[in-house]
Design a protein around this ligand. Structure first.
Ligand code: KG4
Ligand code: ZN
Length: 343
């Protein structure tokens, strides 16, 4: 059993997960209300909220599961990438708990948590698999060859997909967080009503780009010619066309994979899941998407990544391991033009 801690963005979370894939207890404190007035996550507010909430959350999950720290094999915490203040709160807490209970500390890459989370939900998901990782900060196509073996095929040269959903929500006045709000409004609109660009569609460059789509949404709203539901639906359709095109292209270079997998916050979107499921079927591939609660940020995925590493024999990390605001999953991936250095 591993205690997992997540605090890299605006979700404070703790969870207890066993090696046979049982989530014994988990708790997530969302900070949406604190950030909503600003229309986005304010790093300092996030860090303070993590500091206030994390310890009671950990006590709660231990209490719910009826276990103590000494029953755990290790403490796993997100050590990056993310907002540095929040990451430090989680990592320092994990270090203190590991030291006090004489258990190993596992410093987990948040993206690795997303990348391996489908295996927590699906025991049959074997390596290697193709992964579309779509969250608020990242948009990447990877081949997951094993624990710690990640090959990146594509990333975004500007905005992440979740960011594009959030900005579209802001432009349409839907509030924060934006992804679920855009999905709800899109369900009432016509996806063919508004002509919008599909950046890099068909390009030989493997990457993603969403900045031009977002600007087009802004111009369309300012024109006053279209219904907001039609704009939301057309935006979502354009975004899905882009990810289908890019994912198809990447799959051509991954003929040995067992499944197409989607993870990260945007994987909670039903239309995104449906479109990817059809793509996987057309290629004769299994499609795997974690349950919704494992798509958005949570600590069960961090505990699970810790368990995967323990199973591989990782002993634990030194207590002076540093928090990393940037931490690519594939350090050997070629740098891309634009702001894609994020990934
Ligand atoms: O993985 P996540 O919880 O946090 C990061 O690591 O970034 O992803 C959050 C992102 C946000 O941009 C949010 O708007 C988006 O996932 N998201 C969605 C949906 N639910 C969450 N985007 C589209 N449709 C959804 N239903
Ligand atoms: Zn995330």
């Amino acid at each position: 059993m591993v205690l997992g801690i997540e605090s890299s963005c605006d979700e404070t979370a703790a969870a207890l997960v066993t090696e046979d894939r049982r989530i014994l207890a988990q708790a997530i404190a969302s900070q949406d209300d604190s950030h909503a007035p600003y229309g986005g996550v304010v790093p300092e507010i996030a860090a303070r909220a993590h500091a206030e909430r994390l310890t009671p959350l950990i006590e709660r999950v231990l209490g719910e599961a009826g276990v103590s720290l000494s029953d755990c094999s290790a403490v796993a915490a997100t050590a990056g990438p993310g907002l540095i203040g929040g990451v430090m709160v989680g990592l320092v807490t994990a270090k203190a708990l590991a030291m006090a209970s004489d258990r190993p500390l596992l410093a987990v890459n948040h993206l690795e948590g997303h990348a391996l989370s489908p295996r927590l939900a699906d025991p049959d998901l074997a390596f290697p698999y193709a992964l579309l990782l779509v969250s608020g900060g990242h948009c990447q196509l990877l081949r997951i060859d094993g624990v710690g073996r990640y090959h990146r095929f594509a990333t975004t040269i500007d905005d992440a997909l979740g960011e594009a959903f959030d900005k579209t929500a802001k432009i349409l006045g839907l509030g924060f967080p934006g992804g679920p709000a855009v999905e709800r409004l899109a369900a009432q609109g016509d996806p063919r009503a508004v002509p919008l660009p599909r950046p890099l569609f068909g390009s030989s460059e493997p990457h993603f780009s969403f900045a031009g789509l977002k600007s087009a949404v802004l111009r369309t709203r300012d024109s006053g010619k279209h219904d907001p539901a039609d704009i939301a639906a057309s935006f979502q359709r354009a975004a899905i066309d882009c990810i289908l095109d890019r994912t198809s292209r990447a799959l051509e270079k991954m003929d040995d994979v067992t499944a197409l997998v989607v993870a990260g916050g945007v994987a909670a979107n039903a239309q995104v899941r449906k479109a990817l499921k059809e793509l996987a079927a057309s290629r004769g591939l299994r499609f795997v998407a974690p349950p919704l609660a494992l798509c958005t940020d949570n600590a069960a995925m961090i505990a699970w990544a810790g368990l995967e590493w323990l199973a591989k024999g990782r002993a634990g990390d030194p207590l002076d391991v540093a928090a990393r605001p940037r931490w690519p999953l594939d350090p050997d991936a070629e740098p891309v033009r634009g702001a894609g250095v994020k990934g």
